[in-house]
Unconditional design. Structure first.
Length: 94
């Protein structure tokens, strides 16, 4: 299967925030069916991802909704990118 076959569904589920946003903004955007938020830099390029696990781990150490941690502080910066014409199984091996 080509990556291209997943693009329409992926676009519909895509959730993005600015990496400078508060982590609570990422938390608000994570809900049933959304496990990852893509954090973008000021130019709109992908800076990394934030998962539900990342959010829970940090908010558990601060004061819940009063958490002042920035999204940038917890971004996982190692992401794998791919092109529409690539085989999905090849992307998994990157």
């Amino acid at each position: 299967m080509l990556v291209e076959g997943l693009m329409q569904v992926a676009r519909q589920k895509l959730v993005m925030i600015d990496q400078a946003a508060p982590l609570m903004e990422a938390a608000r955007r994570l809900h049933r069916g959304t496990d990852i938020v893509v954090a973008c830099d000021a130019t709109g390029r992908v800076a990394g991802i934030i998962t539900k696990t990342d959010v829970v781990g940090v908010i558990g150490h601060c004061q819940g909704a009063a958490c002042r941690t920035s999204a940038e502080a917890v971004i996982q910066r190692e992401v794998v990118s791919c092109l529409p014409g690539e085989e999905l199984r090849e992307v998994d091996r990157k």
